[in-house]
Design a protein around this ligand. Structure first.
Ligand code: SF4
Length: 387
């Protein structure tokens, strides 16, 4: 599907969205019953995430220093392939034929279960020798992990296993252990819709105490492509709470299927072209009706709608959009910034605009009307009246 086809598909969706009963996630009621000031909490959480991402390279090195001082092992993986090879090498070296695995978003992104099954590794470990787990955060200043579990059973499974393998994307870290309370609460409210945190655990590896071995795989998987982009870099603040999906009218309608990826929802519209490739995912920057629900609900203040617009601008300026879309955008820009055109009568402007647009667009959307007078004309008239 190219960008034009996708936009046409989306226009059909937006017609349906108008009649669609989107039950918004009632975050205000839930949060206000626990915190008096949700804006303050979001601002604090957002600053903590920004602090880590803005200095990500040094923070990760500090984490490594603290983590390995706890007699643990770290693997840096740039891509899926790096990760697969290093993980399989480790499992082979330790002669591990079965693992206890905890489902998670990042495990899905890495197709971990599928990969292990293909390698003949059982996902049910009777003796619980080895477990594979994605914690919620790595904590830089202590070299430890915050994990929130669905049950005590899950937590014990991890803590009892002799070889613990943790997997984290490069952005799921916070700098200070003193900040975990904010995120434990935020995740319980925004992810689980519960007032108080579920069962949580801070795990600091120490082989002498735990009589177990800890390995960590830090996986980039395209995320560093976002670091050079001032605005889109903010998408790395995400804590995977899923709240933006719950309030997105487009996502409610189209669900996961059109993404053809394990990452879906409003933030995937921003990230996927950079994590995967432009050609297959650039159309996602039109996968939005720009209602702003996602930015409003995000607990770490990611301006998702603005980032979607930034992506459009980036693809336009880098000439990554389809030729047809690029020419149309150029034509529209030329037409709309011309003072001469803007000072024409409103029905002339509408007529000219209709002439410019291709039939596919004219058939699928209602062309908005221009107001009778522009700001410029109103201002000139006001000045004349004063004089
Ligand atoms: S972008 Fe979406 S999933 Fe990520 S923190 Fe914000 S609301 Fe949660």
């Amino acid at each position: 599907m190219n960008t034009s086809e996708y936009k046409k598909f989306l226009h059909t969706c937006s017609k349906n969205i108008n009649d669609f009963d989107v039950k918004l996630f009632d975050v205000d009621n839930t949060v206000h019953s626990v915190y008096d000031n949700i804006d303050k909490l979001q601002l604090q959480a957002s600053k903590v995430r920004q602090k880590f991402v803005d200095n990500i390279a040094n923070n990760l090195l500090d984490f490594e220093k603290n983590f390995i001082s706890n007699k643990s092992y770290i693997n840096w993986c740039l891509s899926y392939d790096d990760f697969y090879n290093s993980l399989l090498k480790l499992l082979d070296k330790k002669k591990i034929k079965s693992v206890s695995i905890f489902p998670s978003d990042f495990n899905n992104e890495l197709s971990l279960e599928k990969m292990l099954k293909l390698e003949g590794i059982s996902l049910f470990s009777k003796d619980n020798i080895c477990s594979i787990h994605e914690p919620n955060f790595g904590i830089v200043d202590t070299g430890s992990f915050l994990s929130i579990f669905n049950s005590i059973f899950e937590m014990e499974l991890l803590l009892d296993s002799k070889i613990k393998i943790f997997i984290l994307p490069i952005n799921k870290f916070i700098c200070n252990i003193s900040d975990i309370d904010i995120f434990a609460h935020i995740l319980s409210i925004y992810k689980d819709n519960a007032k108080f945190p579920q069962i949580s655990n801070i795990f600091t590896p120490n082989s002498a105490e735990n009589k177990s071995e800890t390995h960590l795989f830090i996986v980039d998987n395209g995320r560093s492509n976002l670091l050079s982009l001032k605005e889109q870099k903010k998408s790395l603040w995400c804590i995977n709470c899923g709240a933006c999906k719950k309030v997105c009218p487009v996502y409610k309608l189209i669900k996961d299927q059109p993404y053809n990826n394990s990452l879906t929802g409003p933030l995937a519209n921003v990230m996927l072209p950079f994590l995967e490739n432009y050609d297959s995912y650039k159309h996602l920057s039109f996968n939005s009706v720009l209602c702003g629900n996602c930015s409003k609900v995000c607990p770490v203040n990611i301006p998702i709608t603005d980032l979607i617009l930034e992506n459009r601008k980036f693809f336009f300026e880098s000439k990554i959009m389809n030729l047809e879309d690029n020419l149309l955008s150029l034509g529209l820009k030329k037409f709309l910034i011309s003072r001469k055109n803007m000072n024409r009568r409103y029905w002339v402007k509408k007529y000219l605009l209709r002439k410019m647009l291709p039939n596919t667009i004219k058939k699928s959307i209602r062309i908005p009307s221009f107001s009778k007078k522009t700001f410029n004309q109103n201002e000139q008239q006001n000045k004349a009246n004063i004089e």
